[in-house]
Design a protein around this ligand. Structure first.
Ligand code: FA5
Length: 348
């Protein structure tokens, strides 16, 4: 317990300190002064701390009276500090508004955005053309087995036609698919005719690159199997595809081509749109670019897929997507597609 007179004086002291705080804070001009007052009242050795020390010597009644006054002092100082801090922030904004000129009508900065790769753009376009003709879109694995990539396509072990497509073999005996014909086998095994679909995707060949050859490129292969399908349907579908893609008639030629999985087989070449047929590195100075091999599906392939070749016939084709995009946009080197060159990609 504190002696009555002393206690009365203490109460007076706290009240005076409270009034003084109000007047001292009203004169604060800057951060340093604010910090110094905060330390004076609320610091480790500050007035409030000192008063809280005295509270412990008070009896119960004194504690409540004195403690309330000290709490009020602490709350007041805290409030005054907050008011000053907020007003300093507001002043900072006022300073910016008066010293800096902002044109609120100026258009904002458009953040740079990416877009689909030209190959993907044309792939989607082709998918939509074929969907409009009732074709499905098939997907399949890029790491394949020998059976789906070669054997079921009528290319048995040791058949010389295996050398037509240089293959990346994996150590586990599997391979990176050399064409998306493998997906067509999977589709014919999973679904019975009538069947029409395309299989777009990435394929791999172990070969040297040049202006028209890549080791990793894209194909859109397709097939149609039903009763009475002939080469006439094949030619019609190819014509629709090229007309839609190029939006004009393009010069093509059909010549015999050998592929073990089709009989008869054809090569559909497009007149080189880079040089107009005069000859350039892309067409190997021939004026024509191999674009779209195709043919009537070989009866053996249908048999591998449990489809009766005496009832059903079909056609298949294998479009080289990179070369098609090159022809459409006049790109003179296939290696641009995988170069990651933004100047090239930003044009599409
Ligand atoms: C095939 O891949 C056959 N599976 C296509 C096929 C399907 C024929 C159905 C008959 C019936 P080819 O190896 O020719 O065939 O490749 C098809 C197309 O892919 C070529 O016409 C060409 O446009 C493209 N192509 C082939 N090799 C490369 C390469 N290294 N770089 C870029 N494009 C290529």
């Amino acid at each position: 317990m504190i002696e009555t007179n002393t206690f009365e004086n203490l109460l007076k002291d706290v009240k005076i300190a409270t009034e003084k705080a109000t007047s001292e804070f009203s004169n604060v001009a800057n951060n340093e002064e604010l910090e110094s007052l905060r330390s004076k009242y609320l610091g480790k050795k500050g007035i409030v701390k000192e008063y809280y020390g005295i509270v412990s010597n008070c009896d119960k009644d004194q504690k409540s009276t004195f403690g309330n006054l000290v709490n009020e002092l602490r709350q007041l100082v805290t409030r005054l500090i907050n008011i000053h801090t907020e007003s300093q922030k507001a002043n900072r904004f006022t300073d910016i508004a008066t010293t800096e000129w902002i044109d609120v009508t100026a258009p904002g900065h458009v953040p740079p955005t990416g877009h689909l790769h030209p190959i993907t753009q044309i792939q989607y376009e082709i998918e939509s053309i074929f969907r409009s003709m009732g074709f499905q879109v098939f997907d399949g694995p890029q790491v394949e087995d020998d059976y789906h990539n070669f054997e079921a396509l009528n290319i048995p072990q040791d058949h010389p036609a295996r050398d037509m497509q240089d293959t990346f073999w994996l150590t586990n005996g599997r391979l990176l698919r050399t064409h998306t014909s493998s997906v067509q086998i999977r589709a014919m095994q999973a679904q019975k005719p009538p069947l029409r679909g395309i299989s777009p995707g990435r394929v791999f060949r172990y070969e040297a690159t040049d202006a028209s050859h890549e080791n990793t490129f894209y194909q859109v292969e397709g097939l149609m199997v039903d009763k009475n399908i002939s080469v006439a349907e094949l030619i019609y579908v190819m014509k629709v595809l090229l007309k839609e893609i190029f939006q004009r008639e393009v010069k093509v030629r059909l010549r015999p081509g050998y592929f073990p999985f089709v009989e008869p087989g054809f090569e559909l070449d497009i007149n080189c749109l880079i040089c107009g047929g005069d000859g350039c590195p892309v067409c190997k100075y021939e004026g024509w670019v191999e674009l779209l091999p195709c043919g009537a599906i070989h009866p053996n392939v249908l048999k591998y897929c449990d489809i009766d070749p005496t009832v059903y016939t079909g056609f298949a084709f294998g479009l080289g997507l990179n070369r098609l995009v090159m022809m459409r946009y006049g790109i003179n080197d296939i290696r641009y597609f995988q170069s990651g060159n933004l100047q090239f990609l930003e044009q599409f």
